[in-house]
Design a protein around this ligand. Structure first.
Ligand code: AMP
Length: 192
C-alpha cells in the first residue's frame, strides 16, 4: 500500500473515511487530533498548553507537531504505508514532512481531498460532541483552515498528487468513491 494524506475542511468526514481506509487496506490511520486528545487525556507533557490551543481552535506550533509526527512515522507499522489525517495542516508542515520522508527514501503518493459544502460540514460538526466543537471554536477552525490549510491544495496539486473526492452522500457512497480512486491509482502505477 501507499503513503497517503486525507484533507478537507473540519467536518468533511476525514476521520470516518480514514478509519475505513485503514481497515480495508491495512495501513495505520494516523490522526494528529487523536494523538493530541490522548496527550490531554493522559495529562502528558504540555497537555495544558495543548488543551488551551485546541479549545480556541488554533494550531499547535509546527515544532511540536513535527516531533510528534516524526516519532509516529518511525514506528514499524508505518513501514508499508500510512494514512495521515489532520497532518500536515500548514505548508511549512508539508515541506517538513517531504524532507522527513525523503531522508527515509519515501514520499507521499497521493492526497485524498474530500469536498463538502460549508453547510454540510457545519451540520456534521454540530452532530458530534467533542471538546472543540462549540460554535465559537468551529468558526475559528474554519477560519484557520481557509488561511493556513487551504494553501496545501495548491502545494499538492502542483506535485500532481491531489485527488478530489466528492465528500457528500452516505459514508458508504463516499468510501466507494475513495476505493475507486485508490484502485485507479494502483492500476496506473502498475503500468508505469
Ligand atoms: P482534528 O481532530 O484534526 O480536527 O484536530 C483537532 C485540533 O487539534 C485542531 O483544531 C488543532 O488545534 C490541533 N491539531 C491537530 N492536528 C494539528 C496539526 N497538524 N497542526 C497543528 N494543530 C493540530
Amino acid at each position: 500500500m501507499k503513503n497517503l494524506i486525507i484533507l478537507g475542511v473540519p467536518g468533511a468526514g476525514k476521520g470516518t473515511q480514514a478509519k475505513k481506509i485503514s481497515e480495508k487496506f491495512g495501513i495505520p490511520h494516523i490522526s494528529t487530533g487523536d494523538i493530541l486528545r490522548e496527550i490531554v487525556e493522559n495529562k502528558s507533557l504540555y497537555w495544558q498548553e495543548i488543551k488551551n490551543i485546541m479549545e480556541k481552535g488554533e494550531l499547535i506550533p509546527d515544532e511540536l507537531m513535527l516531533k510528534i509526527i516524526e516519532q509516529r512515522l518511525r514506528q514499524p507499522d508505518c513501514e508499508n504505508g500510512f494514512l495521515l489525517d489532520g497532518f500536515p495542516r500548514t505548508v511549512s508542515q508539508a515541506e517538513a514532512l517531504d524532507l522527513l520522508l525523503k531522508k527515509e527514501k519515501k514520499e507521499i503518493d497521493f492526497v485524498l481531498f474530500l469536498t463538502v459544502s460549508y453547510e454540510e460540514a457545519l451540520k456534521r460538526l454540530s452532530q458530534r460532541k467533542r471538546m472543540d466543537d462549540s460554535l465559537e471554536t468551529i468558526k475559528q477552525r474554519f477560519m484557520v483552515y481557509q488561511k493556513k490549510t487551504a494553501p496545501l491544495l495548491d502545494y499538492y496539486a502542483l506535485q500532481n498528487k491531489l485527488k478530489k473526492i466528492q465528500g457528500e452522500g452516505s459514508v458508504e457512497e463516499v468510501f466507494l468513491r475513495i476505493q475507486e480512486c485508490i484502485y485507479d491509482y494502483n492500476k496506473n502505477s502498475d503500468r508505469n
